[in-house]
Each structure stands twice: as structure tokens, then as C-alpha cells.
Design a protein around this ligand. Structure first.
Ligand code: CMX
Length: 152
């Protein structure tokens, strides 16, 4: 077997956009308390915070998972995006959030690239972040969240 081939591949520099990193994966759940217990068993560690975001109609919990996080989301009202998502598609992965250094600049860049932004200004989200979503129809069916930590 040509191990050198694998070595060559492994040492190639990654051709990625370096200022974005996966900050968290959002998972829509029906019952936050039950799912907190389920994911505690999965990760072997409990969630580190619970937070409600009234403007989004969600109650959330966060698990640290290596360098990234998992956010569980339960709807707090029937008009919430999470309630609609679960009605249509059931529980499961709802969005992927990428941390960016400058959310305003990224929103402009991505709009110029043809992505549809779901808000014109960043909103305040859970976990002390400014957030903006991209419509899944313009990102291969994946709801993408951009987020930037608020430094007060
Ligand atoms: N991932 C992928 N596709 C999704 C989706 C998701 N999370 N949510 C909805 N869709 C799809 C639907 O399946 C539907 O596809 P089809 O047309 O093929 O059936 C399409 O998008 C339209 O869906 P819809 O049910 O008609 O819903 P709306 O258009 O009313 O809203 C969306 C969809 C993405 C614009 C809306 O959910 C939104 O604005 N989301 C951003 C805000 C949000 O998700 N908040 C909750 C999380 C907050 C947090 O993390 O704190």
C-alpha cells in the first residue's frame, strides 16, 4: 500500500476559509428536560447552561463537546421556528452555527455571494452572541447561523 500517498494528502495545507469555525450544532427537540438527560448519557457530562431566547420562542441548553458545542432547542410557543421544524421534519439537526470575527462584514460578503440572509441586522441570540441566519434554500438545505461573541 502506498502510505506516502496518504502522508502527502495529510500534509497538504487546508484550503479553507480560516475565519469561520463551527461554534455549535443546533438540535431541535420536543422535550428539553428529557433530551438533556439523553445527551448527558451520550457525552458523559451534563449541559453547562440553560437559556431562553424569548424573541426566537426557544428554550435552549448547551453541552460542551470538545472544541465545539451542541445546542438543544425546544419550542416555547407554536409559532416558533423550532415548533414548525418539528411539525414538518421531526426532531433532529436544525442548524450549524459558525463563529465569525466580524458578523457585519460576513453578512455583507455572503449576501454579495448570493446567499439569502434571514435578517438585515444581527440579532441577539443565546450564549451571548450576535447572530444571523442564512436561508436553507440558498445553502443546500442547511440552515446556517453566523455568530459573533459579544464582548461587553
Ligand atoms: N433546516 C433546513 N431546512 C429547513 C429548516 C431547517 N432548520 N427549517 C425549515 N426548512 C425548510 C422547510 O422544510 C421548507 O422546505 P420545503 O419548502 O422543501 O418544504 C422550507 O425550509 C420553508 O420552511 P417553512 O416551514 O415554510 O418555514 P418558514 O419559511 O416559515 O421558515 C426559516 C423557515 C428557515 C426561514 C425559519 O425557520 C427561520 O427564519 N429560521 C431562523 C430562525 C430560527 O431558526 N430560530 C430558532 C433558533 C434560534 C436559536 O438558535 O437561538
Amino acid at each position: 500500500m502506498d502510505f506516502c500517498k496518504f502522508k502527502r494528502i495529510a500534509i497538504q495545507p487546508a484550503n479553507t476559509y480560516e475565519s469561520m469555525k463551527v461554534e455549535h450544532i443546533g438540535i431541535a427537540v420536543k422535550n428539553l428536560a428529557a433530551s438533556n438527560e439523553l445527551f448527558r448519557k451520550l457525552f458523559g457530562e451534563a449541559h453547562y447552561k440553560v437559556e431562553s431566547v424569548e424573541s426566537e420562542g426557544v428554550s435552549t441548553s448547551f453541552f460542551q463537546c470538545g472544541e465545539t458545542k451542541v445546542e438543544l432547542l425546544e419550542a416555547t410557543n407554536p409559532d416558533s421556528a423550532i415548533a414548525k421544524f418539528i411539525d414538518k421534519r421531526g426532531e433532529g439537526i436544525h442548524h450549524i452555527a459558525f463563529e465569525v470575527a466580524d458578523i457585519y462584514a460576513e453578512m455583507q460578503r455572503l449576501q454579495n455571494e448570493g446567499f439569502t440572509l434571514l435578517n438585515t441586522e444581527p440579532k441577539r441570540g443565546a450564549d451571548n452572541k450576535l447572530i444571523c441566519f442564512l436561508h436553507p434554500k440558498t445553502s443546500n438545505g442547511v440552515l446556517v447561523e453566523l455568530c459573533q461573541t459579544i464582548r461587553d
